[in-house]
Design a protein around this ligand. Sequence first.
Ligand SMILES: *[C@@H]1O[C@H](CO)[C@@H](O)[C@H](O)[C@H]1NC(C)=O
Ligand SMILES: *[C@@H]1O[C@H](CO)[C@@H](O)[C@H](O)[C@H]1NC(C)=O
Ligand SMILES: *[C@@H]1O[C@H](CO)[C@@H](O)[C@H](O)[C@H]1NC(C)=O
Ligand SMILES: *[C@@H]1O[C@H](CO)[C@@H](O)[C@H](O)[C@H]1NC(C)=O
Ligand SMILES: *[C@@H]1O[C@H](CO)[C@@H](O)[C@H](O)[C@H]1NC(C)=O
Length: 231
Amino acid sequence: MIRNFLYILLNLVLFSSIFISLSLALTRPPEVWVLRDLYQALNYSNALRGWNGSDPCGESWTGVTCSGSSVIRLQIQGLNLTGSLCRLYLLRNLKKLDVSSNNIVGEMPFGLPPSVTHMNLSHNFLIGPIGDVFTGLDNLKEMDLSYNNFSEDLPRSFGSLTNLARLFLQNNRFTGSVTYLAELPLTDLNIQDNLFNGLLPHQFQNIKKLWIGGNKFHATLQSAYRFEHSR
Ligand SMILES: *[C@@H]1O[C@H](CO)[C@@H](O)[C@H](O)[C@H]1NC(C)=O
Ligand SMILES: *[C@@H]1O[C@H](CO)[C@@H](O)[C@H](O)[C@H]1NC(C)=O
Ligand SMILES: *[C@@H]1O[C@H](CO)[C@@H](O)[C@H](O)[C@H]1NC(C)=O
Ligand SMILES: *[C@@H]1O[C@H](CO)[C@@H](O)[C@H](O)[C@H]1NC(C)=O
Ligand SMILES: *[C@@H]1O[C@H](CO)[C@@H](O)[C@H](O)[C@H]1NC(C)=O
């Protein structure tokens, strides 16, 4: 009798303490899972201080900024990180993602959160064709994929980035045409030093800051653009 009672009491204490520690954690559980996956994908780097903890928003994890219980900024640039990226979709309030200037390998991740406004993956070792990963990212205003090793043609979903104002693709190995960029509201576009070819869309004449050199565009058009944009 007494033993049963003690057993129940013990369980009660155990469960309530688990419950209390769960409810004390600030961060939404799906966001904790994502950051754990990312920590693993980035080889548990020592530079990611705090990331071995359990509550990104309650503790101060390197590069993580929250609003309430949600991660809004992930800024882990210039930390010598190795490894790769993972799906970040469940970071449903993420606005800024900066993983630039590391040694990250692998491909462009699928499942980027639709909330994202600024994304910088530049100066890494990302490779491969970019799949149709941009569908639904209509909050994206600025994207920097420069200085990687991306290849092949731009995916059609570039055309769905209807708020993209600044785009940097320079120093990759992209091929094919840039026609999916024609209708975007770009003010800054750098596609220098790739393997793009074909014709330049006439809409590019309205882009204030345009860098297109070091490609294989139709020669006379390219020199006309150079003339127009060199001031
Ligand atoms: C996380 O790592 C730091 C530094 O290695 C260590 O001091 C700390 O105890 C670890 N925290 C947890 C929860 O494992
Ligand atoms: C990055 O790693 C290299 C080689 O391991 C090392 O020489 C360099 O100091 C590191 N830089 C930083 C900022 O940790
Ligand atoms: C990081 O992880 C990748 C596999 O994801 C592995 O190939 C690589 O050697 C690791 N790098 C370091 C420095 O541990
Ligand atoms: C992206 O990061 C790189 C290196 O950290 C920086 O030089 C570049 O200006 C950033 N891009 C944008 C658009 O801010
Ligand atoms: C980019 O890819 C090419 C071809 O696969 C390879 O030769 C080159 O070393 C790569 N460069 C970098 C910086 O990864």
